[in-house]
Design a protein around this ligand. Structure first.
Ligand SMILES: NC(=O)c1ccc[n+]([C@@H]2O[C@H](COP(=O)([O-])OP(=O)(O)OC[C@H]3O[C@@H](n4cnc5c(N)ncnc54)[C@H](OP(=O)(O)O)[C@@H]3O)[C@@H](O)[C@H]2O)c1
Length: 395
């Protein structure tokens, strides 16, 4: 019973070889009651981390088929190794409704939910078989008159939780963003999902002010490196990275960390680095047993931003800690926010794009896998060997 309950990248188990990953066999008393959702990819749906999903009835009537394309497909929920290259139909020209833009995909981003979905452990469950991947970069093949993108434009786009690892995707124009010429397709495929989440986390939810100090857990991962790239351009004066092992220190430094500390004993290291004051913001995509020490690492008025739970269980807070130290624990649910705030994605891009174009925010430098090795790419997030953002290239 419990293993079939939808979970939110939040449980951990030990794998053969001793490494650790999120997901399998969550203890019954810790499984959140989340609604399991099954829906097709590459149709005019909208999804988010809270599991909301709508599939208009007319989507099923979409019949106009084009040529064939290569794509990754997962037909069995057996983990990343189930990801295979297949030939399937290209999306129909109206697959995302009247506002459909067809994009020839050059690269697709890999994120932690891809690994969880491949085992059926994420709360958003696409109809089987499905194509993984939440974000793409490529060139517009066709767009409706009046759209803000036109054939030939270089774009990044959000498929949001599945459908990205295919040579052609159909997206509503509001989910596409023109890429600055200076940003490669590989970098472009690796920036929207994390950078827009981190923008939302630091600016909207975290209320980052000029001169503040930011600490980020999982600093060599996707959200982590994004935080390291963005925090200083957004006003932080110092960014402290937390990583689990020495071999990730260089990745965090290259992404912009001022200081890098190991997860083991990070509270004391942060205390020393900040002269006992603590940090103003903790960005936490890891959760688990670090949470209380993260709260203890906050300066008065500090904010702990809850982004994800790659490390294990969903932590609980004794709220007297918030009261005694005048600190906040703040939820960061970017996907849900974009659904309840129409136009927010484009507003975010209007802020971020000039920073990327000018180089004030450096583009990500992802680890690149060919499409044929997509299974390995997804597995590298599950087995924690990924260093920085991971993308797969399609052409
Ligand atoms: N709230 C939102 O709106 C939102 C949006 C996007 C993503 N997210 C969430 O953010 C989290 C991070 O996503 P991501 O794509 O950045 O993942 P990622 O690239 O795999 O990075 C996650 C990091 O977590 C750390 N980690 C600690 N324990 C781990 C474990 N048991 N297994 C795997 N990693 C572990 C690893 O760093 P160390 O080895 O150094 O500890 C790893 O680098 C996910 O939970 C994702 O769902 C949330």
């Amino acid at each position: 019973m419990c293993s079939r309950t939808p979970s939110l990248d939040r449980t951990s188990t030990t794998l053969p070889g001793g490494s650790s990953r999120a997901g399998a066999n969550p203890p019954c008393n810790r499984v959140p009651k989340l609604r399991a959702i099954r829906a097709p990819c590459a149709l005019p749906w909208s999804g988010d981390f809270a599991g909301e999903l709508t599939v208009p009835a007319e989507a099923a009537a979409t019949v106009q088929l084009n040529g064939q394309m290569r794509a990754i497909q997962i037909a069995e929920l057996e983990g990343p190794q189930a990801a295979k290259v297949v030939e399937i139909d290209e999306p129909a020209e109206n697959a995302a409704g009247d506002d459909t833009v067809i994009v020839d995909v050059h690269a697709a981003g890999v994120a932690f939910p891809d690994a969880l979905q491949s085992r059926g452990l994420y709360q958003y469950k696409p109809a089987m078989p499905y194509t993984p991947g939440a974000e793409i970069a490529g060139v517009v093949r066709s767009a409706p008159d009046g759209a803000h993108v036109a054939p030939g434009d270089r774009v990044a786009g959000l498929t949001m939780l599945c459908g990205a690892m295919a040579e052609v995707v159909a997206l509503q124009s509001e989910r596409l963003f023109k890429l600055p010429d200076s940003v490669s397709f590989e970098a472009g495929a690796g920036l929207l999902f994390n950078d827009l989440t981190v923008h939302f986390a630091l600016r909207t939810r975290g209320r980052l002010r000029d001169g503040e100090t930011v600490l980020v857990h999982g600093a060599a991962g996707g959200i982590g490196t994004s935080t390291l790239r963005l925090a200083r351009p957004f006003g932080a004066s110092r960014v402290i990275a937390v990583v689990s092992s020495e071999d990730k220190v260089g990745v965090a430094r290259a992404a912009g960390a001022d200081d890098v500390v190991l997860a083991d004993g990070f509270k004391d290291a942060v205390k020393e680095l900040t002269g006992g004051r603590g940090v103003d913001i903790v960005v936490d995509p890891v959760g688990g047993d670090r949470f209380t020490d993260s709260l203890r690492s906050l300066a008065p008025g500090g904010r702990l931003l809850v982004v994800g739970f790659t490390g294990g269980e969903i932590p609980t807070i004794k709220v007297n800690r918030l009261l005694l130290n005048n600190v906040d624990a703040v939820g960061v649910g970017w996907g849900a926010w974009t659904l309840s705030h129409p136009g927010y994605l484009q507003q975010q891009w209007a802020e971020l794009e000039p920073l990327l174009a000018s180089g004030a925010v450096p583009a990500p430098e992802p680890v690149v896998y060919p499409l044929e090795r997509a299974a390995e790419a997804i597995a590298s997030l599950e087995d924690r060997t990924a260093k920085g953002k991971v993308v797969v290239v399609l052409r």
